[in-house]
Design a protein around this ligand. Sequence first.
Ligand code: C5P
Length: 312
Amino acid sequence: MNAEPTPREVTVRAPAKVNLQLAVGPVHEDGYHPLATVFQAVDLYELVTARSREDGRFTVTTGSGNGIDVSGVPADDSNLAIRAARAVAEAYGLDEGADLTVVKGIPVAGGMAGGSADAAAALVACAELWETGASRQELADIAATLGSDVPFALAGHTAVGLGRGDRLSPAMTHGTFHWVFATQRLGLSTRAVYEEFDAYSANLVFPMGDPIISDFVMQALIAGDPNALGAALINDLQVPAIGLAPHLQDVIDAAVAADACGAIVSGSGPTVAALARNAQHALAIAAHLRALGVADQVITASGPAPGATVLA
Ligand code: C5P
């Protein structure tokens, strides 16, 4: 019997993120803004499976977990999972290819770093599939070349991010935080939100300083206190995001009316993140948002959650 060898495959899971603080400084000459951010990973996951391919080609197929609408995800070389897989092959001088399958559990183009999670998962999956022996630090260096949020999707848990958000250090936290995420089908482009931020900050009376991490956020995390964390949530991209999508204010108001500890635009939006006192309160906020019909989809999740992990 001359049976073909079964191609090897590796599946990796990577989490969504919410920014508890997103402080943005004045744009640099390279077009990027300096950030001081606090990320928390939450238990909504992308699953990426990589199968070996000897002809050096790369393909990606995207499917939906959670009822997520995947129609906006590219299947060509601009897909972040493919870019990540290629980056691993290049970094280790391999001429392998891979068939990638992505099952999305994170809203697309929502400010929750779903594409970055795909990239982080594909990095780990391909590094494992091709037995590169890559260290976590080597993968983090490749991750930073793929996008500002990719290193955090690799690391997970709760972390402070400086630079473009890619220079990470772990943050101490206590307990579990319960979140409600209200998504919108209409995506907001990250670049457009930063451009709106530039337009609005050009009119400031006082020049913007360097962004710094908020003590209030760090203390609330250590205390494991959702009321304190809710009051400390802050996002400098919220005003520009609402400028481009005014109905996001209605979502925030609805979450506050449901007694959320705090509610903010997540990252560059358009997802709104509301923090609840506990799991039951999260379900009550979610029911209120659904009843008002202010979002396309309302999902509950909790954090912190682990970073990219190989599944057995
Ligand atoms: O790094 P990423 O691909 O996620 O960024 C998308 C776009 O968002 C960039 O092309 C840039 O316009 C903007 N951006 C920025 N400053 C950052 C991160 C992103 O201006 N720190």
